[in-house]
Design a protein around this ligand. Sequence first.
Ligand code: NDP
Length: 332
Amino acid sequence: MTSTFPALLIRDEVLGSHRVSLTDMEPSELMDGEVEVAVRYSSLNYKDALGITGSGRVLRRSPLVGGIDAAGEVLSAAEDSGLKAGDPVLVTGCGLGEIHHGGFAGRIRVPADWVVPVPKGLDLRQSMILGTAGFTAALALQRLRANDQDPGMGPILVTGASGGVGSLAVSLLAAQGYEVVALSGKTRQHDWLKSLGAVKVMDRRGLSQGWRPLETARWAGAVDTVGGEILGWLTRTVDEWGNIVTIGLAGGAELRTTVMPFILRGVSLLGVSSSNYPTERRAAVWAHLATDWAIPHLDDIVTEEIGLEGLESASKRMLAGDVHGRILVDLQ
Ligand code: NDP
């Protein structure tokens, strides 16, 4: 019986060429950790697409198995880990696919504190339709709530709405009673975004490119996956005491604004960094995602299911803006 497993290995030499190969690995090639997992599902996130295509400095060692998400069954675990063979578990972020062999493989071996038992109410497949994107959308909701963003304050704008984080945020916030307006560059997906719960969809290409410190307030709050000009525009158009959760940089890493929104309107800019979210607080967030923050429409949000061999082309399409929703990676 062979114990090798398939893996997507990325070579990202600073001065060399970028290469991605589908390879067979031995368990002995895995990195240190107290828990070994037979991976059943992973998912494709923006960061993975940057790493696979070599478009961004995601990998901090090379060669490395990509994949910042993984879900599967425990094969073996240290006795004091609280886990046993057969337990359904997931890992998101924590350095997976960045400094540690990741989830685009039949197996992972990871430190025990990275591992979250899949909560009752979710199965392995659903946990990876959510993956880092769903966990991040949940953290955005948590930050909004903690900073008093009440649904009664008015509409929340979600940017990059057709993307993985964006579509899950639209569905989650709508289910939590917020009036969600979706901002998207994909005209073809407007009806789909409405089916996920957006009351209105706006085309991002029609936005004002003005540069006044404050513009007419239009949003009670925002969840932004785009950054750049759009985030700057949000600071100028969010109403008094509203919150903007900044998550991504699909449209740029810079932020051009002034202090005016913060000191004249009391606007707050809240960050989310899912990858290094404290491990001891992760299970509680996942428990919410399985119960009171359950995201409806998960089956409509997963738009593609691919194997390891489909990752390179899907990554290119993702960075070109040719995908929407979530791409599930099936390793079964
Ligand atoms: P996706 O590719 O699935 O979604 C990105 C979306 O952004 C696209 O669907 C598109 O939406 C929009 N977009 C793409 N390019 C541009 C552009 N040039 N200008 C304006 N909008 C654009 O990626 P993810 O959902 O996986 O990730 C989104 C962002 O969030 C990424 O930057 C990612 O790195 C970041 N991220 C951050 C996390 C954190 O913890 N802070 C965790 C997860 C992701 P549309 O066409 O509808 O406008």
